[in-house]
Design a protein around this ligand. Structure first.
Ligand SMILES: [Fe+2]
Length: 258
């Protein structure tokens, strides 16, 4: 299915869901200048982040039954990392085997780029148990960070997809006056370079609140994303994102991350 029809049909589904359950819709924005759609894996890995663009999305409608793969892996806890031999050992229908081929191919081509992709079956992430003034787990909107130039690659094959927040709708939690005051109290000093190091060491400066009226968007299922991270010298702001809530008892997510 052509990408524009794919987007249109998903839009219809999401709009219907929003009406049905009264939830905030998580439509992939069509007019967000920081998001650029690409048409191939080559374009995904080779397009530079420039002119403000900090998210590249290769929209895909994948063949295969990824739900069967997740079901075969069984009910687990936490995060199970899957390797090639584990995937090949699963006893699956033809549709399940097609899904395995897709997973192996994505792992192969990312590895070929000298990346280190991981395929995870996620029943649940650890929560920030003692959050303090700023929650720093993956359910909080955040930027990934790296000491050197890097990108994050993401694809949700099954289950709730990752979510993004436009930079224009995002406020760093450390810049909220009440939160900053609380952090200063925890630091026990003044708002100087030492305080900024403290914020950085605890990753407090990587987490964001959604501003008034903000509408997060879904990364969608099957799409392969490359998003900008926070690294010294980055020409664009990092892409703000989070893991979706995974309700207790819901099927696990199948997620590729690199
Ligand atoms: Fe992240």
């Amino acid at each position: 299915m052509p990408a524009n029809r794919h987007a249109a049909s998903r839009l219809a589904i999401v709009v219907r869901l929003s009406v049905d359950v009264g939830m905030e819709s998580l439509v992939l924005p069509v007019d967000y200048p920081r998001l650029q759609r690409v048409q191939s894996f080559y374009e995904l890995v080779s397009t530079p982040f420039t002119a403000g663009v900090n998210a590249l999305c290769w929209e895909r409608t994948l063949p295969g039954d990824f739900g069967e793969v997740v079901a075969q892996l069984g009910v687990g806890e936490g995060i199970m990392t899957l390797d090639g031999p584990t995937l090949r050992s699963l006893v699956l229908s033809a549709a399940g085997r097609v899904a395995i081929d897709v997973l192996l191919e994505d792992l192969r081509r990312l590895s070929e780029q000298e990346l280190d992709p991981a395929l995870n079956c996620i029943a649940g992430y650890p929560r920030d148990e003692q959050p303090g003034p700023v929650v720093t787990d993956v359910f909080s909107f955040h930027a990934d960070s790296s000491p050197v130039e890097a990108s994050t690659y993401l694809c949700t094959y099954f289950g709730p997809a990752s979510e993004g927040l436009k930079n224009e709708d995002a406020v760093r939690r450390v810049d909220l006056p009440a939160t900053r005051a609380e952090l200063l109290q925890a630091f026990g000093g003044v708002d100087d370079d030492g305080f900024r190091i403290f914020l950085n060491e605890h990753c407090y400066d990587l987490h964001y609140a959604a501003g008034p009226g903000a509408r997060p968007f879904s990364f969608g299922v099957g799409n392969l994303w490359r998003i900008a991270v926070d690294w010294p010298g980055s020409p664009v702001p990092p892409c703000v994102h989070r893991a979706p809530e995974t309700p207790l008892g819901a099927p696990s997510r199948l997620l590729l991350i690199s």
